[in-house]
Design a protein around this ligand. Structure first.
Ligand SMILES: Cc1cc2nc3c(=O)[nH]c(=O)nc-3n(C[C@H](O)[C@H](O)[C@H](O)COP(=O)(O)OP(=O)(O)OC[C@H]3O[C@@H](n4cnc5c(N)ncnc54)[C@H](O)[C@@H]3O)c2cc1C
Length: 529
């Protein structure tokens, strides 16, 4: 039972309330029905019904308030947060998006030093409030160093905020938006909160996008918006780290949204194919279609096994164990790109039907490509991943074994992650252990590929010029990523007792992907010998 099935929901939860919350969310969407979900998507209407449900069931308040600030059963527990991501992705990425940007908006608040705002945020969550994360600006994209949002000191200890932000989710209705900017006099970074109902806050426009149509992705401007110390969350390095550490958590969720989309699309595609008879044959009986479904399933299973295990590392992280800083960007760029491949494969089978407005699939095609591009593009995340290559491959170290983390802990380290520096010094446990005892011919081939990659790194070590060439390192990064990706998949094979056949199918595409990347590196780059 690897795939989420709303008809046979069987996920383990430590408490009844969480389980009921998941079941009620499923029920909400099942009652709404695909027809209405698609009508609302096409009309691009704001999802009041969903937000009403969230408020009534206290969903965001329960799941997104850390222990100590809300009701006794509120906690920041990534085991149930990942699950909620998957369910929302399964029914529609726009619903997921309002939740996702709420998480991002809450990040700098829970990471900040302003206790007053924390209590206010907890109260707003109880009242059904949603939040926003104001990082991106139109002119600067991924270059957040260049932010133009400024706080101008008035000389009496208060400030006026002036500037514009672009692509900001929930910008029409957020109870609070965490805004990243600089002090106009010192250039020091700062995070502060604004209220979208304030007269000096202007929601300039809705940026209409091909996917998440119902979401409100806003351009907003602050016109001398008054800010006092009570609105400031963090300054200087703390503010900078809060932006990156928030994205560290947020980027993990993107993979789960992708998984949810692929699961729904998989069911729809196989249902369509199994009921379609062509040339006296069911489409599912065509040999090439069987192959496509097998590969789509294997890729999806791999995405999910990786994502589940990456969560264990994130939940177990502490100042001495920051391995999640490699696994999270992989979850962000690899899992979401695999999601695009899965939808591409399934589309080959569902074919014309996948374009019909009434299907879920039509929405999946539009939404799936957004995930690799949000919260740092694939390139930015790959540039991050290669920083870990040296230690991962050549300098393993022992760590205590990390079990499946489905316990009801409050993941407080995520709000206390510390400085975002020193990534190159993080060490990992020996990846080879994960492969031990697994019977798979394709894994054996992959292990030969790993040895060849290691040899390449030793004998043709990328020199300074190559390491500075992002294009070169992106290809090296693609090859490298397959190792930690399969490491976690294999660890979870043992934890979840996944059949050998599934693992062998997973390594079949891994071997072929590795060959393709290796060919790209060999033919497309100037390599050392
Ligand atoms: C629907 C939607 C919702 C969004 N929601 C929010 C939100 O709520 N809050 C928010 O703050 N932002 C939000 N964003 C913004 C999103 O995070 C940005 O798209 C992202 O930061 C990248 O900026 P960009 O797309 O303009 O790409 P650019 O920064 O213009 O990048 C252009 C190209 O350069 C490459 N590149 C840039 N820098 C590097 C680097 N250092 N290394 C390697 N390659 C690099 C990129 O990979 C890309 O190929 C949203 C965007 C969309 C489309």
């Amino acid at each position: 039972m690897l795939l989420f099935n709303p008809k046979k929901y069987n996920r383990h939860h430590a408490d009844e309330k969480t389980k009921n919350l998941m079941l009620k969310t499923i029920e909400f969407f099942e009652n709404k029905g695909l027809k209405k979900i698609k009508e609302d998507d096409q009309a691009a209407v704001w999802y009041d019904d969903f937000l009403e449900f969230i408020k009534k069931e206290q969903a965001f308040a329960t799941l997104l308030t850390p222990s100590g600030y809300g009701d006794p059963d509120s906690r920041w527990d990534m085991w149930r947060i990942e699950e909620f991501n998957e369910i929302l992705g399964f029914y529609g990425l726009c619903y997921w998006y309002t939740w996702q940007v709420t998480i991002l908006g809450l990040g700098p608040i829970w990471m900040g030093q302003n206790e007053e705002v924390k209590h206010k945020a907890a109260k707003l969550l109880k009242d059904g409030g949603i939040f926003g994360f104001g990082l991106s600006e139109k002119e600067h994209g991924a270059d957040i160093y260049s932010t133009d949002m400024m706080l101008y000191p008035k000389g009496d200890g208060t400030y006026l905020a002036r500037g514009d932000k672009y692509y900001i989710g929930n910008g029409n209705a957020a109870a609070l938006i965490s805004v990243f900017g600089k002090m106009a006099d010192t250039g020091e970074y700062v995070f502060f909160v604004v209220d979208t109902k304030h007269p000096n806050y202007e929601c300039v426009k809705k940026i209409s996008t091909s996917g998440v149509r119902q979401a409100y992705v806003a351009e907003f401007a602050l016109h001398d918006y008054p800010i006092t110390e009570a609105d400031i969350l963090s300054r200087g390095n703390h503010a900078w780290d809060s932006s990156l550490n928030t994205v560290n958590v947020g980027k993990y969720e993107l993979g789960w949204a992708s998984i949810g989309i692929c699961e729904h699309a998989f069911y729809e595609a196989i249902d369509h194919a199994a009921n379609r008879n062509l040339y006296n044959m069911y489409v599912t009986d065509f040999p090439h279609v069987k192959k496509i479904f097998t590969e789509a399933f294997a890729r999806l299973a791999a995405m999910k096994l990786f994502a589940l295990r990456a969560c264990d590392y994130m939940r177990s992280a502490n100042e001495n164990d920051r391995r999640y800083l490699l696994y999270n960007p992989i979850q962000k760029m690899k899992v979401t790109m695999e999601g695009e491949k899965v939808i591409g494969l399934l589309h080959e089978v569902i074919a014309a039907r996948g374009f019909e407005q009434e299907t879920y699939f039509e929405m999946a095609i539009r939404d799936i490509g957004m995930l690799p591009k949000l919260e740092g593009t694939t390139h930015v995340n790959m540039a991050l991943v290669v920083k870990f290559l040296q230690n991962f491959m050549f300098k393993p170290k022992d760590y205590p074994e990390i079990p499946r983390r489905d316990d009801p802990a409050n993941d407080s380290f995520l709000f206390n992650q510390g400085p975002t520096k020193g990534l190159g010094s993080i060490q990992f446990h020996d990846y080879r252990k994960a492969y031990e005892g697994i019977r798979s011919k394709n894994l054996e081939v992959f292990m030969e590929q790993i040895e060849a990659f290691k040899n390449f790194l030793i004998k043709g070590t990328p020199d300074e010029k190559q390491t500075k060439n992002i294009d070169y390192m992106l290809t090296v990064g693609e090859l490298f990523t397959l190792i930690p990706y399969t490491q976690l998949i294999c660890e979870n094979k043992k934890i979840y007792n996944v059949e050998d056949e599934i693992i062998d199918e997973i390594f079949k595409f891994i071997v072929s992907d590795f060959s393709a990347y290796a060919t790209r590196l060999y033919t497309g780059q100037k390599n050392n010998r």
